[in-house]
Design a protein around this ligand. Structure first.
Ligand SMILES: [Ca+2]
Length: 362
């Protein structure tokens, strides 16, 4: 991949003593015991892989810009980026996310499993009151909230093992296709120390820097996370109550309509020889622009009762038993605001329905 340079090897000043100085500055920045920072610095110094982002031109420009904006001090930023290292595994992971390389037949069995349904039942047993409160307060189905947390992290069991600072620095400075996006996330991340008491040096997350039970990226954390247990701290990393409320808050802000249909399986009812004409109607933008009536005219009939005037987007997927057509409605679009993949949204929906039927046996 272009843009990757072994700049860490040309850092004459990252001697153990300068690491210690960095550690002292960072200690003030993070208000942490110096001891643990020195321990982190020692690890850095012993590591022979690219050590730090301090010498990277992109990181230098970033520091200049952030200092210019006036909210953070240069020594603090330098100390933080001196601690960040490039992870090639992150660059490899972002180049091939599951939803881009897998068909629906391959993707679905990863998320719709007995294990994940059972995990949801356990999660519900522990957090039923919180889920009900979030449903009431935000108007977002408790099953959708659970399914998001289930798909993202198996209800908090896999919250990611990358240091967020490594992930964001790697993607901001060594992944040109999305550098502006991750550079902004890195900037947002800096604020989380003050705003959410996040330890910038040790916080862990996914390869893309997403954090906690619901895998919020930094900008989402700042905008939509809530202190749902009112303990004066918004903690998505270790507090499932805040996580549940924050997913509700996110969905409400993105236009979830409580009780409205999400997505419907559909069938092609037109003449067989005309089925290819459907192709111009399917797998287009996720934002619904056509109405259900438009799709009906094109021969696509939803299985569920869906009003003709509703806007929808049509999917044609390669399922385990052949081609599947789906009509995604407003709430389906809202799920794709969490992760812009229709396969992701369909998995969340199907897991939510599996949880609903398991928890409400008829
Ligand atoms: Ca809290």
């Amino acid at each position: 991949m272009s843009g990757n340079q072994p700049f860490g090897k040309v850092m004459p000043y990252l001697s153990p003593s300068s690491v210690q100085n960095s550690g002292r500055r960072l200690a003030a920045f993070l208000r942490l015991p110096l001891l643990c920072l020195l321990a982190a610095g020692t690890t850095q110094a012993e590591d022979t892989t690219p050590d730090s982002y301090l010498a990277h031109p992109g990181a230098k420009a970033f520091i200049d810009e952030v200092v210019q904006e006036g909210q953070f001090k240069r020594p603090d930023l330098e100390a933080l980026l001196a601690s960040a290292s490039r992870k090639d595994s992150i660059l490899e992971a972002i180049a091939r996310p599951a939803e881009k390389t897998r068909t629906w037949a391959e993707y679905r069995p990863i998320f719709i499993t007995q294990d994940r349904i059972d995990g949801g039942i356990d999660f519900y047993k522990t957090h039923a009151a919180t889920l009900e409160k979030a449903e009431k307060e935000f108007g977002v189905s408790r099953y959708i909230i659970m399914a998001i947390i289930g798909v993202e992290t198996r209800y908090g069991k896999h919250k990611g093992n990358y240091r967020v600072i490594d992930a964001l620095a790697t993607l901001a400075f060594d992944y040109p296709p999305r550098a502006p996006f991750f550079r902004n996330e890195l900037k947002e991340f800096l604020h989380l120390q003050q705003e959410a008491h996040i330890n910038l040096l040790t916080a862990k997350g996914s390869y893309a820097g997403a954090m906690g039970y619901p895998q919020f990226i930094s900008s989402s954390y700042r905008k939509w996370a809530v202190d749902f247990d009112a303990d004066q701290r918004i903690d998505l990393i270790d507090n499932p109550v805040d996580a549940i409320g924050s997913v509700g808050s996110y969905f409400r802000a993105h236009g979830w309509k409580d009780g409205a249909p999400v997505v419907s399986l559909a069938r092609y009812m037109g003449k067989e020889e005309n089925e290819a004409t459907l192709d111009k109607w399917v797998n287009q933008d996720l934002l619904p622009v056509h109405t259900v009536a438009d799709f009906r005219k094109a021969g696509l009939e939803p299985d569920q009762a869906v009003a003709d005037d509703q806007k929808a987007t049509a999917l044609k997927l390669e399922g385990a038993d052949g081609i599947e057509y789906w009509l995604g409605l407003n709430n389906f679009y809202v799920i794709t605001r969490y992760n812009r993949s229709p396969l992701y949204a369909l998995s969340v929906y199907q897991l939510s329905e599996a949880l609903r039927s398991k928890l409400n046996p008829s």
